[in-house]
Design a protein around this ligand. Structure first.
Ligand code: TYM
Length: 331
């Protein structure tokens, strides 16, 4: 079976975008791949975060993975910082990546334009991510559209490493879902729905209660064209159609047919109810799991122990290839 790797970073509360673009598909794919899922907590340090908030987010994201149906019996589920090999391979990746190619990453450029002062860690973020993927001999990396550029740079660096030092890394392939690869904001449907958002109404969080979800959809921005059709000239309505189709596992065309002759109010309320049906039970389970941190920590340890074994083997191979001397009794 091919190996699948993916992760989320705990910089904020997970959104419907994270769910439809990533986690929902992971759940389905774990049946057909040897899957590894991480809470990428080291990535969260690339921005300045409150420590307590970060710690809470790490527990919540791990709980969300379990609540959404990722199965620790079938898949490896762990926290990135529990496997120190991530930080080690990231250094090697830094040394194999050109400054110019890292400078072209659009997420970094966007952050830099917005925040002005950014850390070296933020610049090195794609190399840490490349290490995550390569440590596990990954074949496929399911992500939303916004992460594809990072998977591409990972491939480039892995290919370069292999040609410089000989076959070492499996070259991974990024894949995006057919529908739902880029869920947009409800208030500003020309911008992706993001964890880091000032306007709460723009985002559905996986922990939102039913009434909040209904309210947010009710307020969603549409247009004055009054026709439920997908198209570039109608980003709000298109986004609602994408959400509806993705949750109900139908094509956009089928969703258009379903809503033919309906008004925008119906589109909003039916989409809201679909979302509630899907994420309501997950939200309730997250709450329950969060009350049992001991259990979460136990699951974290089980996952990290499994992940570490694979990661160490790869890292030892890499260290040898680049000319480092392995410590006696290194494990
Ligand atoms: P993060 O936490 O930003 O996002 C997690 C996943 O959710 C997807 N996503 C979306 N999909 C559709 N619509 C949206 N509005 C939306 N917003 C986010 C992302 O594409 C991603 O798949 N760097 C990664 C975490 C990471 C990782 C990795 C991923 C660390 N190491 C190795 C894959 C492989 C990140 O910040 O994801």
């Amino acid at each position: 079976m091919d190996i699948l790797y993916s992760a989320t970073k705990p910089t904020g509360k997970l959104t419907l975008g994270n769910y439809l673009g990533a986690i929902k598909n992971w759940k389905e794919m774990q049946e057909n791949y040897n899957s590894i899922f991480a809470v990428a907590d080291l990535h969260a340090l690339t921005i300045n975060m409150d420590s307590e908030e970060l710690r809470e987010n790490i527990y919540t994201q791990f709980a969300t993975f379990l609540a959404a149906g990722l199965d620790p019996e079938k898949s490896i589920i762990y926290c990135q910082s529990h496997v120190k090999e991530h930080a080690e391979l990231a250094w090697i990746m830094n040394c194999c990546t050109y400054f110019g190619e890292a400078s072209r990453m659009t997420q970094f450029k966007d952050h830099k334009a917005k925040d002005k002062v950014v850390s070296v860690g933020l610049f090195a973020y794609p190399m840490l991510m490349a290490g995550d993927i390569l440590l596990y001999n990954t074949n496929v990396v399911p992500v939303g559209v916004d992460q594809m550029q990072h998977v591409e740079i990972c491939r480039d660096v892995a290919i370069r490493f292999n040609s410089r030092y000989g076959e070492t890394f499996v070259i991974p392939r990024g894949i995006v879902p057919k529908v739902g690869a880029k869920i947009m904001g409800l208030q500003n449907p020309t911008k992706k729905m993001a964890k880091s958002e000032d306007n709460e109404n723009n985002v559905i969080y996986l922990e939102d209660d039913d009434d909040t979800i209904r309210k947010k959809f009710k307020r969603a921005v549409t247009d004055s064209l009054n026709e439920i059709k997908y198209g570039d000239d109608r980003p709000g309505v298109s986004n609602l159609l994408v959400i509806y189709s993705s949750i109900n596992k139908i094509s956009i065309e089928e969703a258009e047919k379903h809503f033919k002759g309906s008004n925008y109010g119906t589109l909003k309320s039916e989409t809201a109810e679909s979302v509630i049906r899907e994420i309501g039970p997950i939200r309730d389970k997250i709450k329950e799991l969060k009350g049992n941190k001991e259990y979460i920590e136990k699951m974290m340890k089980i996952g990290a122990d499994k992940a570490r074994k694979i990661a160490r083997e790869t890292l030892d191979k890499v260290y040898k290839k680049v000319g480092l001397v392995l410590q006696a009794n290194s494990n």
